[in-house]
Design a protein around this ligand. Structure first.
Ligand code: PHE
Length: 454
């Protein structure tokens, strides 16, 4: 693994594998296993998944490459990269950097709450809460009890503390080595659950729900939701990949890393759907349950599996690890900015970042329990943070980034970043074309469409 991000001086991942492992570690998280199935469920299944896959490939991959190129060519944080690359232009591109930082803070706020639930469910598994065939109503009630009162505050606090301890020690020392081993284990576990789900009565109904899209159901809000999900899942639009790529070595191949990340990330999301939806149909649950979906459906599955306690403990522990590798990457956006632009020490920057996150996480936690009645635009603060970050800041951040890299960034520098080592990369011209014309326009149109302006 690399020399570490922890020193404050610019470190570097010294192997190509490390670059892919950290990028995938950031991308694969609650976004795939928790957010993807519930968003797909709310937006009617197949049509949403179809759009999500198309956007991940056609818009996600070029945007990943764009962020990588910005990060590696400047070796700076998100704000610093915009400042540096536009310095000769006297144009205020750096403002995009501030929006990225805002997006990162908002995501950390609600993400920490859900990550807290994974700890609750880990301990719940040990207490054998999910074994012995509880019925759906009981499991739903259990979820409400677990997440409603003051209890989740404890879990959110524990999660934020874990995040802090890892970040303050440095990212590469323990967490990455751990995630290199545990991420493949998570994948394996999902495959085992998939086998289990193929034996369910509702398996084919679940598959049909996911892969038999009703194209007439593709509405503007489905498209925006799918675009937001693709960005969220690929950690795009908030400068995360700019920050991580600033630690890539010169011989990391950007296009290949982007495609690998996208393929692994979407596979985990699809696997997660193939586990959740068959169970939803088998046990007559509602696919439209929203953010609580996975936390109600999975225990239902576990409680009916032989050795359910062990499976659920294993699963929620791995989900917790996947969440930490993602929150670490989101926090790193802010910490890199604070250490480089604000000249803070690593420890101080980490403390400031985690303190802000903690306050927001507490607000989000309470907004689902005691503060449930406070809604803004019909959404709880938790949902509002998610909506602003995922459906507004991330797509717009991606639009600005692709436009910036396509039109403003020095062409020679960009081509040099995209040519993979000394090899000729045949994808350079199509990628630049996508970044210049297709990505910004497509994102802009989807965005306008969903606001009802066009
Ligand atoms: N991609 C992560 C997930 O799927 C979340 C994330 C968003 C991470 C933005 C970094 C930046 O869980």
């Amino acid at each position: 693994m690399g020399k570490g991000i922890e020193t404050g001086a610019r470190a570097m991942f010294n192997s190509k594998f490390a670059a892919i492992a950290t990028t995938v570690g950031s991308a694969v998280g609650l976004g795939n296993i928790w957010r993807f199935p519930y968003e797909a469920g709310v937006h009617g299944g197949g049509a949403f998944i179809f759009c999500y896959l198309v956007f991940s490939f056609l818009i996600g991959v070029p945007c990943l490459v764009a962020e990588f190129a910005m990060g590696r060519s400047t070796r700076k944080n998100v704000l610093g990269a915009y400042q540096y690359l536009s310095s000769s232009k006297r144009q205020p591109w750096y403002i995009a950097g501030y929006f990225a930082l805002l997006g990162a803070v908002l995501i950390l706020g609600f993400y920490s709450v859900v990550a807290g639930w994974t700890i609750e469910y880990m301990t719940g598994s040990v207490e054998s809460m999910f074994s012995g065939g509880l019925d759906e109503a009981e499991l739903e009630e259990q979820f409400i009890n677990l997440t409603n009162g003051w209890r989740p505050l404890v879990w959110t606090t524990i999660f934020c503390l874990c995040n802090y301890l890892i970040l303050v020690r440095g990212v590469t020392k323990g967490i990455e080595k751990m995630s290199n081993i545990l991420m493949p284990v998570l994948f394996l576990l999902l495959l085992i659950f998939l086998i289990n789900s193929t034996m369910m009565d509702g398996f084919m109904d679940g598959v049909k729900f996911m892969f038999n899209p009703d194209f007439s159901a593709i509405t503007p809000s489905v498209m925006l939701g799918a675009l937001g999900q693709a960005f969220f899942s690929l950690s795009l639009g908030v400068g995360c990949m700019i920050t991580y790529a600033s630690y890539f070595s010169e011989n990391t191949r950007l296009t290949r890393t982007a495609v690998t990340t996208m393929l692994l990330d979407s596979s985990v999301a699809i696997l997660s759907g193939l586990i959740i939806f068959p169970a939803v149909f088998t046990y007559g649950m509602s696919a439209e349950a929203g953010p609580t979906l996975v936390f109600e459906v999975l225990p239902t599955i576990f409680s009916r599996m032989a050795g359910g306690t062990i499976w659920s403990l294993l699963f929620f522990t791995l989900l917790f690890v996947a969440s930490v590798t993602s929150t670490v990457s989101i926090s790193e956006i802010i910490i890199a900015y604070l250490t480089e632009n604000r000249k803070m020490s690593r420890v101080k920057a980490t403390t400031v970042c985690c303190a802000i996150t903690y306050v927001l996480a507490i607000v989000c936690t309470l907004s689902l329990g005691p503060g449930k009645n406070l809604t803004i635009a019909g959404m709880s603060i938790f949902d509002l943070f998610d909506y602003i970050a995922s459906n507004i800041l991330m797509p717009l951040g991606g639009m600005i980034c692709s436009f910036f890299v396509g039109w403003v960034m020095d062409k020679k520098l960009l081509r040099q970043q995209l040519s993979e080592g000394s090899r000729h990369n045949i994808w350079v011209t199509p990628l630049v074309f996508m970044l210049k014309y297709i990505c910004p326009t497509a994102i802009f149109l989807i965005f306008l469409d969903s606001t009802g302006i066009i």
